[in-house]
Design a protein around this ligand. Structure first.
Ligand code: SF4
Length: 441
């Protein structure tokens, strides 16, 4: 018996897909990349943007022919889309050939749901909306044997007015610190060298736990785990980024000098309308303090253009902020109204053309600055964790710097999985080229 999981959206979905793969393999399935051979096909969906949803609808439609040819195949849709009001029933009506529809809170019960489909032969729909406790120790098939995702908390309670996540992932729930540390110790024993801690807002880790540990405490404990050499985390929220955390980052040997700190807008009026809980001035002061304490920090961000009511002046504020902060990279998006969120109901929606034009101007600035930030790295020696063959040139290998910059270099595959010193020879906007200069370790 074989399975395929198609994963859309963020790293939370990637982490959930690893757990579903774990359940499936425990039930006797093995992975295939050929849909014609699969007995179970799962789509783990994202509803954060309209584009992500359209891709899912397209994929379900594409699977219709396969289901006609092989009615015994089990097609399942999980993840964030079914958690939205009415979407599970709409999916069932529009695609009656789906066998299983389940939500983000149904991971632990997935084997039972799959058994129900296999035994009954009819469609099973189960989408839990209340947040239960966290289920630990679920089986998991990790997609990488070098770098691991470790979820430290689930959900979000911030309710940014454009964002669907709190409605589909529920309120913030932190994992007990002991469970996280046990998982990372186990990863270290199995040879993992890098962990990325995941949460919608890692900076508020622990506020819901009885002992109220905070994120800085968690990082200090992870620092002690031998074998783990690099620690990353995402996503940070500027309103909850504490001085204590900056001090821990500055003193750590393992936490990589890369921060993803979504700013979303450079206009105070828009930040307030977004319910982000900080001002442009707060963000700039925070970045100044981070850069003073950790001078070589690589800083990336998320920015939305065309939020309802965004004037030309608001957009100029965003462009000016980008030029002032000089991000290493930015994930930029045109605002897309999400049904169920506050901002989607507002009347002052911008036209597609306006959003497109602003997005292009923003991207031009972001790209120009990204290249300028990379150029001074030429001739510098940096350490990369070697990941494998380059996706763009199979004669090269790729690795990432501690700042998360992608580096291509010629070398022997025996260095894959090792940390290697390389000298940067050329800089492009989104990648660097280098030559090895040291022995791998
Ligand atoms: S912090 Fe805001 S943008 Fe991030 S997941 Fe929570 S509600 Fe969404």
């Amino acid at each position: 018996m074989h399975y395929i999981i198609h994963t859309f959206g963020c790293q939370m979905n990637v982490a959930d897909a690893e757990v579903l793969a774990g359940h499936l393999e425990t039930m006797g399935y093995s992975e295939t990349t050929t849909e014609e051979l699969a007995d179970v096909i799962l789509l783990i969906t994202c509803c954060v943007r309209e584009h992500a949803e359209s891709k899912v609808y397209g994929k379900i439609g594409e699977l219709y022919d396969l289901k006609q040819k092989r009615p015994e195949i089990i097609l399942g849709v999980g993840g964030c889309m079914p958690q939205q009001a009415d979407v599970a029933s709409k999916l069932q009506q529009r695609f009656p050939y789906l066998d299983l529809v389940f939500g983000t809170h149904n991971l632990a019960s997935f084997p039972d749901l799959l058994d129900q489909v296999r035994n009954s032969g009819s469609t099973v729909v189960e989408v839990l909306h209340g947040v239960g406790g966290i289920t630990e120790n679920m089986p998991r098939v990790r997609r990488d044997n070098l770098k691991a995702w470790v979820t430290i908390m689930y959900g979000c309670t911030n309710f940014c007015t454009y964002c669907i996540v709190p409605y589909v992932r529920g309120k913030e729930q932190s994992r007990e610190m002991s469970a996280i540390l046990t998982e990372i110790c186990d990863l270290a024993e199995r040879g993992y060298r890098e962990v990325t801690l995941l949460g919608q807002n890692v900076n508020s880790y622990g506020t819901d736990l009885v002992a109220h540990p905070d994120f800085a405490d968690l990082l200090q404990n992870i620092e002690q785990i031998s074998g783990i050499e690099r620690v990353r985390f995402m996503t940070s929220h500027p309103k909850d980024f504490s001085r204590k955390l900056i001090a821990v980052l500055a003193s750590s040997k393992k936490i990589c000098e890369h921060l993803h700190l979504p700013v979303q807008s450079g206009s105070n009026r828009i930040l307030q309308a977004m319910n982000r809980g900080y001002s442009r001035e707060h963000y700039i002061a925070l970045v100044d303090e981070i850069r003073r304490s950790i001078p070589n920090t690589v800083l990336t961000t998320d920015i939305i253009v065309g939020f309802p009511g965004e004037t030309a002046e608001d957009f100029e504020d965003t462009l000016n902020l980008v030029r002032e902060i000089r991000f290493d990279a930015a994930f930029t998006f045109a605002y897309s109204p999400r049904s169920g969120t506050v901002a989607a109901t507002w009347a002052e929606q911008l036209s597609k053309e306006e959003k497109k034009e602003r997005l292009k101007r923003l991207n031009d600035s972001v790209n120009e600055i990204a290249l300028e930030r990379n150029k001074p790295l030429v001739d510098q020696i940096v350490e990369v964790l070697v990941e494998g063959p380059s996706k763009t040139d199979e004669t090269m290998l790729t690795g990432r710097t501690r700042g998360n910059k992608l580096v291509h270099f010629p070398s022997d595959p025996s260095v894959i999985g090792k940390i290697l010193a390389v000298k940067i020879t050329r800089a492009q906007t989104w990648s660097l080229f280098a030559l090895p200069v040291g022995m791998p370790r």
